[in-house]
Design a binder for this molecule. Sequence first.
Ligand code: 4AD
Ligand code: MG
Length: 440
Amino acid sequence: MSLLPTATISTIAHHNGEIVTLAGWVVHKTEKGKLIFIRLRDGSGVIQCVVFRNNVTEATFAAAQQLTIESSCRITGAVRADARAPGGFELDVNAIEIIQIAPEYPIQPKEHGVEFLMEHRHLWIRSSKQHALLRIRAEIIAAAQEWLNDQGFVRFDTPILTPCAAEGTTNLFATPYFDLGTAYLGQTGQLYVEAGMMSFGKVYCFGPTFRAEKSKTRRHLTEFWMIEPEVAFALHDDNLALQERFVSAIVQRVLERRADDLATLERDTKPLERCVPPFPRITYDEALKLIAERHTDVEGCTPLEWGEDLGAPHETLIASLFDRPVFVERFPSAIKAFYMEPDPQRPEVALCADLLAPEGYGEIIGGSQRIHDPALLERRIREYGLNVDDYQWYIDLRRYGSVPHSGFGMGIERATAWIAGTHHIRETIPFPRMLYRMYP
Ligand code: 4AD
Ligand code: MG
């Protein structure tokens, strides 16, 4: 006894002319006299199932009449090629087994406000655009990990409960931790993945990261997923070269494998097709010049003093000047994390870069070469007002066989928003966590 289907909709072409059983949910239904048309989805696709009164038992026709939107059922029938059908196939129904009749579904085929949809996120993810977005997210994650695996990287999982900060102290989520004081939810896996790098050479971590961001923008979540490669002996330029190959490989794979989903989202794929190395590079100083010259092009964009960080409008402006992702490198050390290697030619700037996505999607990657000298690292920890005792293990990595090394972190949701062409990051993760939302 099994309720599993004998075929799935995405591969229904292999069953042309055969009798199959599909299992899924009703998307839409119309009755026309002796005919009932049921659009059934099974998670892999949608197919039209045609119930003709003369071909089925009374009970089967009655079951078809009973079905409501989002009712669950198993439908058995013959697969028939039909050039007019979306997907190219229809099912001529022989039998219907109702699993559950759903009461009136809250999400109707009409315009709902985003707050209502967010409140019903657990149901909203069934609709076609959300489904396409989350499929693209899953493809990006798979592409990122498989590409790194193929390049000889080892996945190295890092802890989420951590004793100290890595990316600033103002956005930490804290939780009491037994007799040991306070634990913080990890803002990054980087510090630990650096330990892995000294063991394996090339590693990456991938998992949820947390920032108590009080910013309510379309680019910020309090819980987001990050993939963070780290490479021994890699210098700043090697790091950028790795990033452009990585990003390009992910984009090209989504173009190849998720073309249907991109079409569902009406994503213009031309800007994605251009996303091949080399990516343009400008320095922070050059970025400030461009902003001074052109700030009136973008609303809310104001000139910056040297030492100020780029905001969203500045990123939008810079990105608009290039036809593919652009690196902004060598930011002032003072506005970046404590672990970044200073530029030997100009110690007030760091050997770091942010990768800005085109079309106004903002920073998708942050990365840098890391300080490998133990004395300098210790000094920087103190300068940032952090407690050196908490970082002894991290400084140990520079005491025992230290090597120059570099790495970066790509936010999965930012990358998904850009590649899928979705304005707000909240739709790129199944259950977004934001300043004003924790339900469902
Ligand atoms: O630039 P960030 O803060 O860099 C790091 O955390 C480094 N430790 C990474 C590394 O070098 N291993 O964050 C990296 C990326 C950003 O470019 C962005 O894509 C994403 O993480 N990100 C966020 N995504 C959603 N919501 C937020 N609040 C985010 N903060 C960062
Ligand atoms: Mg950053």
